[in-house]
Design a protein around this ligand. Structure first.
Ligand SMILES: Nc1ncnc2c1ncn2[C@@H]1O[C@H](COP(=O)(O)OP(=O)(O)O)[C@@H](O)[C@H]1O
Ligand SMILES: [Mg+2]
Length: 399
């Protein structure tokens, strides 16, 4: 569809339209000049009105395309009308010339080839060219006899054949272009996912190992501390290293979420949420729906981040004691987190400059909807719905 649109943009662009109008103008006024009538053979009374109609049609079709685009039914109708009109103009001039080898065939070929390059409307165009050619052949059979009619049929047949070959090639080409675009998008997704996995490995094995070695060195140094102040400082440092290790593990896990299968992601989320809740709250996580559904890596990672933020908020802000998380995979991916905490102001998401706002941005970027509101009977319900069918394959909300 994209390559079709690009092609029509080219054909309907100012330069192509101006060239076409100039050709029509040349065709229309040619009989006014002293030219060899054996070559031209048609009159100005025929070419001038047809030329005016042809030029006006082309200009308005171009205008409709610019205003309404390729998908517009009016443009489609005018485009079809143009094929009939130009076929009529060319073949009418050839018929009037009564010359089966008229120079106007060149225009007819030009028109047919131009239609062929777009590859669209194949059956319709073939019908129009065949009917117009049959009418012209019939006319020549009546006025010039079978030999002339045979020649007209042969030339018109070559034009139809050229059209069939060109339009076939053009539609194959646009199929190939669409396939290439699809493959490119898939390749990008795979590359991004591999790169994330590599960064995750490097962080884990590099920074992670370094933090762990720091932790053990600090532990042995702490053993040598003699004063309570020194011991408190060591304890503080050890705690910060533990927090950093925890944070690093979390980042590594999120980076890997893009390449995890859905059941693995659920299993990881269960562990992670239990870690976040500690012994302050209990978390249940239910997953339902079609586990085999295709989900882009971005979506998985964003779901992971949304759930974690919801759990952190419920525990830190709501002081919740119990959280119920539901994830459903259907036409849409639904994430629901209920908590039994203190509840939330209805406009909290709108006013947020932190986690809730981030969730909103993530969900909207994936074409979904997000709400967070007080629950009946106390607590908070966070709900995000992400459409899976309409999901843009190249979207990457990774922030
Ligand atoms: N589950 C919840 N229960 C109670 N209050 C909440 C909950 N989630 C969010 N809030 C409120 O919404 C505000 C905005 O949350 P958020 O955007 O995550 O920012 P932050 O967590 O950085 O404060 C919080 O400060 C809190 O007042
Ligand atoms: Mg928050």
């Amino acid at each position: 569809m994209d390559s079709q649109a690009a092609l029509h943009r080219q054909i309907r662009g100012p330069a192509a339209t101006a060239a076409l109008v100039a050709i029509i103008f040349g065709f229309a006024v040619a009989p006014l000049f002293p030219v060899d009538q054996r070559v031209l053979g048609y009159d100005a009374w025929l070419s001038l009105p047809l030329g005016v109609v042809g030029a006006a049609w082309t200009l308005s079709t171009g205008l409709v395309f610019r205003r309404q685009g390729l998908g517009s039914p009016l443009y489609a109708a005018m485009n079809r009308g143009e094929t009939v009109l130009f076929s009529t103009i060319c073949l009418a001039a050839i018929c009037q010339s009564q010359n089966p080898a008229s120079a106007v065939w060149v225009l007819h070929f030009g028109h047919v080839v131009t239609c062929g390059t777009s590859g669209g409307e194949r059956r319709y165009n073939l019908t129009v060219f065949t009917v117009a050619s049959a009418l012209a052949t019939g006319y020549f059979a009546l006025v010039r006899g079978p030999a002339a009619a045979g020649l007209v049929a042969a030339i018109a047949g070559v034009a139809i054949y050229a059209y069939a070959v060109m339009s076939g090639t053009a539609s194959k080409l646009s199929e190939i272009i669409a396939q290439r675009d699809r493959l490119q998008a898939e390749l990008t997704a795979v590359t991004v996912s591999q790169e994330r996995a590599r960064i995750a490995r490097d962080l884990h094995d590099g920074v992670g190992a370094e933090l762990s070695s720091l932790f053990w060195q600090l532990q042995s140094l702490a053993a040598t501390a003699t004063t309570p102040e020194a011991r408190a400082s060591f304890d503080g440092l050890t705690q910060r290293i533990t927090q950093s290790t925890d944070e690093l593990r979390n980042v590594v896990w999120e980076l890997r979420a893009t390449s995890l299968a859905w059941p693995e992601l659920i299993a990881h989320l269960r562990t992670r949420c239990a870690e976040l809740a500690g012994d302050v709250a209990t978390v249940t996580l239910e997953a339902s729906g079609d586990e085999a559904r295709e989900i882009a890596g971005d979506v998985r990672m964003n779901v992971a981040r949304i759930v974690q933020e919801a759990v952190r908020n419920a525990i830190h802000h709501g002081r919740a004691r119990h959280l119920a998380i539901r994830l459903h995979l259907g036409e849409r991916l639904v994430v629901e987190v209920d908590d039994d905490g203190s509840g939330i102001a209805p406009d909290a998401a709108r006013r947020s400059v932190g986690g809730l706002r981030n969730i909103d941005v993530r969900v909207k970027a994936l074409g979904g909807t997000f709400t967070v509101s007080p629950r009946e009977g106390g607590g908070t319900r966070l709900r995000a719905e992400i459409p899976l069918a309409l999901m843009p394959s190249s979207s990457s909300v990774t922030g």
